[in-house]
Design a protein around this ligand. Sequence first.
Ligand SMILES: Cc1cc2nc3c(=O)[nH]c(=O)nc-3n(C[C@H](O)[C@H](O)[C@H](O)COP(=O)(O)OP(=O)(O)OC[C@H]3O[C@@H](n4cnc5c(N)ncnc54)[C@H](O)[C@@H]3O)c2cc1C
Length: 295
Amino acid sequence: MGLPLGEACLTLVVVPTASYRSFHARVRRREALSPTFTRVTLEGPELADFGGVCLDQRAKVVMPLPEGVGFAHFPRGDDWYGQWRGLPEGQRNPFRTITVRDVRPEQCEVDIDIALHGDLGPLSRWASTCAANDEVVLIGPDARVAESSVDGIEWRPGPATQVLLAGDETAVPAIASILERSNPELLGDAYLEVPLAEDRLPLPNPTGIRVHWVVRGDRPHGEALVEAVTGSAVPPEVTSEDVLWEVQAGRGGRFAWVAGEAAAVRAIRRHLVANGWDRQHVAFMGYWRSGHSEA
Ligand SMILES: Cc1cc2nc3c(=O)[nH]c(=O)nc-3n(C[C@H](O)[C@H](O)[C@H](O)COP(=O)(O)OP(=O)(O)OC[C@H]3O[C@@H](n4cnc5c(N)ncnc54)[C@H](O)[C@@H]3O)c2cc1C
């Protein structure tokens, strides 16, 4: 039977259905963790519903348009992307993919850690200049939707007890969060390439996974990481292929998770597959591609 019109039963409870949505927030603080890493803490009442699984949870940070335009044109609602695409180019806010480093729903706060790489792109530029109270939008998991605890998370070791993690500085936030939150009984190795020795961040790590920091120094991006993981000094081969994204949930005794610059990820993938790693037990993710903007 329909609701009787005009009677006092007009309370509408809107049940969210999309596991990802936009969260309007502000910068609470910006903190340098090392010469390369900057942590930006975001706050705002909407973040009370931001999903808190973390691990390698991906999200997007949407940055303001210049000259005071901010988010005047940024669409709200589930179809934000479709509407954003329909805007004239000058009204489209730039956005980039990041990892959710930490979530404190009771304080309505989210941390993201950005690897600065100069003035080359909007994310790096924003992370090195944003200030307290600046407006920002996160596209991330909505804790009220059950699928949000699995969507956008590729760390799925399943029953594996032996794991291999490898990544460059863009994957350090994900690897740090994975180590912090994983089963303490996991064993294996984590290789992290960073530009400088000072970028070797303290990593709380209750697991049996050994952490190997690889300092890049003057070497080309990814070369030292590939060498550390494969034992071979062959430089990653830059190809024109699309960014690699091949992910599976672990089903056996071991699981590999590799993320970072696409050519290095591809080189590590080639080595692992050649050495008997089953493609069913690996997640290979090109987080960015040298010489190409994410957008
Ligand atoms: C799932 C996922 C999770 C990610 N998590 C994080 C994260 O938590 N923290 C983080 O910092 N990054 C993370 N990244 C990587 C980040 O999205 C890219 O590095 C992105 O291109 C940076 O945007 P930008 O606006 O600074 O540069 P863009 O405008 O995208 O690119 C401009 C130029 O800079 C180059 N470039 C991009 N990134 C780097 C880099 N790190 N070092 C050197 N040159 C670079 C590009 O090749 C291009 O030539 C993640 C990516 C994915 C897909």
